[in-house]
Each structure stands twice: as structure tokens, then as C-alpha cells.
Design a protein around this ligand. Structure first.
Ligand SMILES: Nc1ncnc2c1ncn2[C@@H]1O[C@H](COP(=O)(O)OP(=O)(O)OP(=O)(O)O)[C@@H](O)[C@H]1O
Ligand SMILES: [Mg+2]
Length: 196
């Protein structure tokens, strides 16, 4: 099914557009507060399966950890995920183990490869990697890329790009949740007046 959709929807100003073609399958959501980014993460976490890999990129303070927090909650975890910048990786035990990595302090893909992450990436858990652009070649080609951009104030553009059919399926499920007639439309946290 090919489509390009761009619309503003009713769920408290969460804009989105989706592209599905032979070459690209992506969805961009605009969140208006951290809680909305967490809510989107929650949806991903609840759909996640063993072996899933999410490669996150975006500037300092973009919202990568915030999204990861939602993914952890979606997996059923109740902890608070923090940026594992100094320890490179944190493990959280939930429905599936979450391996939360942060490559910020690394300089080259060789350093990432030297970490020997395969046991985690190819394991039974879910991997979320911040600053993944530092070592893309160290990760499986089948992954979900997530680009987060600060577009002013508390607004963030989250672009999810599926790099294999597994993640296309996940994006399709996400898009279906936001469709006007969805019976499973997510409830998103309201934006406070000050943030608008
Ligand atoms: N819509 C939003 N989504 C996510 N975070 C937001 C949003 N609006 C404001 N913020 C704020 O932006 C900051 C995002 O911090 P976060 O630690 O998630 O960034 P990060 O991308 O992980 O940064 P780093 O590269 O330093 O690890 C938080 O202070 C959060 O409250
Ligand atoms: Mg972070």
C-alpha cells in the first residue's frame, strides 16, 4: 500500500505524516511536551518484540532518553531510565530486558565494535541506542531509525524510519493507531497552557 499522508489530527495537536513507498517507510510525529514523547515511546514499547533494535539520533537534549523512558514503560518497566552517558549501557528488567546504550562518548565505529555488543543486540531483549550515528555499522541493518529534532519550545519532530519489513509492520501499527477511525487511538497527555 503506497501513501503519503500529512495531516493534523485531533489528539491534542499531535501532527503527523507518513510516507510509504518502495524506497521509504517512515512516520513523523510532532510532540508538544515531554509527556507526549514518552507516550509515543510507550506505544513502541508495548509493540516491541525480542531482538528489536531502535537507533536514536538527535542533538543533546533532543529527547532521546525521554523517548526511551516511554519505551521502558511500554515494556512494563516502572523504573526511570536515565542517560547512560558515563556507563555506556544500562539494563532494565521488564516484559523484555531493555538494553539502553549511549554512544556519546565514543569517537569511532571501531570503538563501538570493540564493545562487543552482539550478545545484547542479538539477544532476547530490546536495544535502544542513543547517539547511534556514532556507530551505525556496528548494528544490524534491520532496525528502526529514530531521528528527534528540537523544532522550538517544547516541540519535537520524531521521525521513525523502518529499515526492514519488521519495522514497517511496527510503523503501520503506529499509523493505524492514529487513524481517525481507530478504536485504539492513544490518549496523549495534554499540553499545558504555558507550553503552547
Ligand atoms: N516534546 C518533548 N519531548 C521530549 N523532551 C522534551 C520535549 N519538550 C521538552 N523536552 C525536554 O528536553 C529534554 C530532553 O532531554 P533528554 O535527556 O531526553 O535528551 P537526550 O536527547 O537524551 O539528550 P542527551 O544527548 O544529552 O542524552 C528534557 O529536559 C525534556 O523535559
Ligand atoms: Mg540521553
Amino acid at each position: 500500500m503506497d501513501y503519503i499522508i500529512h495531516r493534523r489530527i485531533a489528539f491534542d495537536r499531535l501532527d503527523w505524516y507518513a510516507v510509504n513507498s518502495d524506497r521509504q517507510h517512515s512516520i513523523t510525529l510532532t510532540t508538544r511536551c515531554p509527556e507526549q514523547t514518552q507516550a509515543v515511546g510507550r506505544l513502541l514499547g508495548s509493540d516491541a518484540r525480542a531482538g528489536d533494535v531502535f537507533l536514536l539520533s538527535g542533538e543533546l537534549g533532543a529527547g532521546k532518553t525521554c523517548l526511551t523512558q516511554g519505551i521502558l514503560w511500554g515494556l512494563g518497566g516502572d523504573e526511570y531510565a536515565r542517560s547512560p552517558t558515563f556507563v555506556l549501557m544500562c539494563e532494565y528488567y521488564a516484559r523484555l530486558t531493555l538494553y539502553h546504550m549511549d554512544l556519546y562518548r565514543l569517537d569511532s565505529v571501531d570503538e563501538v565494535i570493540d564493545l562487543g555488543l552482539d550478545d545484547y543486540i542479538l539477544g532476547e531483549g530490546v536495544c535502544v541506542v542513543e547517539w547511534a550515528e556514532k556507530g551505525l555499522d556496528a548494528f544490524p541493518g534491520e532496525n528502526m531509525r529514530v531521528r528527534i529534532e528540537d523544532i522550538g519550545g517544547e516541540s519535537r519532530a520524531l521521525t521513525f524510519t523502518a529499515e526492514s519489513p519488521r519495522y514497517s509492520e511496527m510503523l503501520e501499527a503506529l499509523r493505524a493507531r492514529f487513524a481517525d477511525d481507530s478504536a485504539h487511538a492513544p490518549e496523549l497527555p495534554a499540553v499545558s497552557d504555558e507550553a503552547q
